[in-house]
Design a binder for this molecule. Structure first.
Ligand code: NAD
Ligand code: 6OD
Length: 495
């Protein structure tokens, strides 16, 4: 029986598990809320151990059979059809993503759904262009030998994804994994299972063999997440989420020595030099700090600004933050959505409180906006800016994952680099300057996986993406994804 905690009268879409090419009944129901209103809009069914076993067995059969053996040209064509079908069903994906996340329609329409399709298209193309390696060698008896490598599927890959960019981040892993001939067992976030479930329909519509793509719903510890990470039939786990969760997954996956690729949390710095294009830096960093209500792993929560332009920069960021209009995804002019859940809102508000306790000067925000109508039930917070915190404050060291940033002044390039790198994380950075030499120098000095200069979240999907330090390990993107999702066999032939 599903409890009726909210959304009375709302139609609740059932989201079933998808195993071996079929939607299956069963599993304990749990409610999915629209964070913009707090109303329940769907019910997903938590997969049990038998379902996970079935999904893994189906995946194995598929890798050993039709999917794993399929000529690459045919596999690529099917994945390109997945991309095309997402585009044909664009509006349904859009509605599903908006219902799960409450994000503004314009954002989902320009970022989330197009990237869902692009991930399939790019990897379907990219895998065809990747050379294999070959080395000719001298042998001890004076002859020669030729080595060449071939890529094979790893097997069944577990994909565990978060709620902030649900379709984008899930397909970013599923597309290359499938391009390499693997089967996947996907567990979307328990907060945002809708677009992954819709993708299962697409897989059947375009003729992806049964078992290549499986979806299991549920939670982390003691649920579908942990059942995947500990399953002996799964060869690799690709995970995006919190650093703490990554540590738990590592422990669980250790017993069966799975390959791991982790994209984890961040406490990303931005550096603005006095010679930067001021308006571009303000526009770029206001977008970076507040896009998706700050729920982007790459968002800069620490901004360092060269002292001569510090006051002007803070004032300009304040103006940008105060111009943002929170509201329902479709309401006129909405450009700020809610946080994902009441629980996450409480976490963010606790940091808002802590910032003041730690001695911050509140530039703007710090609370909950007064909204009317349906949005009054949503999980909104105000975009918030602080100054004046020391480098060792918890607010400047811990990932908050909300629409907020701390801005601090610096006096030299060396100091700015030191401040930016003074963190346990190392995901992304954003440096703003017009000085070309400095752009290269400081861009390289950032101890991160992704270092942007005069930009942020500008993506070429062939490039390496991932984190340094506690922001993850392994890189995905282009050849890095293909390497992770492949088993390479070197063949050495004595001639
Ligand atoms: P989360 O770690 O709470 O959950 C992510 C996924 O892991 C969910 O599907 C969840 O059910 C599952 N999970 C949780 N515990 C598990 C366990 N013990 N075993 C197996 N699965 C488990 O993360 P979230 O709250 O969904 O997402 C926000 C976090 O993700 C932030 O820290 C953010 O920085 C990070 N993130 C990182 C990137 C990146 O590219 N580095 C991208 C997006 C989000
Ligand atoms: O663009 C991507 O490929 C990617 N992985 C983005 C991650 C965003 C984090 O919230």
């Amino acid at each position: 029986m599903v409890s009726a905690k909210g959304g009375a009268g709302t139609q609740r879409r059932p989201l079933r598990n998808f195993i071996d090419g079929e939607f299956v009944d069963g599993g304990l129901p749990f409610e999915i809320r629209n964070p913009a209103t707090g109303a329940v809009h769907a019910v997903a069914y938590e997969a049990d151990a038998t379902m996970i076993d079935s999904a893994v067995a189906a995946g194995r059969r598929c890798v050993d059979g039709e999917w794993g053996q399929m000529p690459l040209v045919r596999r690529r064509a099917l994945l390109a059809q997945v991309a095309a079908r997402i585009e044909e069903r664009f509006d349904e994906f859009l509605e599903a993503e908006i219902a799960d996340t409450g994000k503004p329609r314009s954002m989902a329409a320009h970022l989330d759904i197009p990237r869902g399709a692009a991930n399939f298209r790019i990897f379907a193309d990219f895998i065809a262009s990747l050379p294999d390696e070959a080395f000719e060698m001298d042998t001890p008896d004076g002859g020669r030998a030729i080595n060449y490598s071939v890529r094979k599927p790893l097997g069944v890959v577990g994909v565990i994804s978060p709620w902030n960019l649900p379709l984008l981040l899930m397909t970013w892993k599923v597309a290359p994994a499938m391009a390499c001939g693997n089967a996947v067992v996907v567990k979307p976030s328990e907060e945002t299972p809708s677009t992954t479930t819709l993708l299962a329909e697409v897989m059947n519509e375009v003729g992806i063999p049964a078992g290549a793509f499986n979806v299991v719903h549920g939670f982390g510890p003691g649920s579908a997440g942990e059942m995947i990470t500990s399953h002996p039939g799964i060869r690799a786990i690709t995970f995006t989420g919190e650093t703490r969760t990554g540590a738990a997954i590592m422990r669980s996956a250790a017993a069966t020595t799975k390959a791991l690729s982790f994209e984890l949390g961040g406490k990303n710095p931005a550096i603005v030099f006095a010679d930067a294009d001021f308006d571009a830096a303000v526009a770029g960093l206001a977008r970076a700090a507040f896009l998706n209500t700050g729920q982007v792993c790459l968002a800069p929560e620490r901004i360092y600004v060269e002292r001569p332009i510090f006051d002007r920069f803070v004032a300009a960021m304040k103006e940008k933050a105060e111009a943002l209009r929170p509201g329902l995804p479709d309401a006129d002019g909405t450009d700020l959505g809610p946080l994902i859940s009441e629980e996450h809102r409480q976490k963010v508000l606790e940091y808002y409180r802590l910032a003041i306790e730690e001695g911050a000067t509140l530039v703007t925000g710090g609370g909950v906006p007064a909204l009317e109508g349906l949005a009054a039930g949503g999980y909104f917070v105000e975009p918030t800016i602080w100054t004046g915190l020391p480098q060792n404050a918890r607010v400047t060291r811990e990932e908050i994952f909300g629409p907020c940033c701390h801005i601090a002044p610096f006096d030299s390039e060396e100091e700015a680099i030191g401040l930016a790198n003074d963190t346990d994380y190392g995901l992304a950075s954003s440096v703003w300057t017009r000085d070309l030499s400095r752009a290269h120098r400081v861009g390289r000095a950032m101890n991160v996986g992704i270092s942007w200069v005069n930009s942020w979240f500008l993506r070429d999907l062939r490039t390496a993406f991932g984190g340094a330090k506690q922001s993850g390990f392994g890189r995905e993107g282009g050849a890095h994804s293909i390497a992770f999702y492949s088993e390479i066999t070197n063949i050495c032939i004595k001639v």
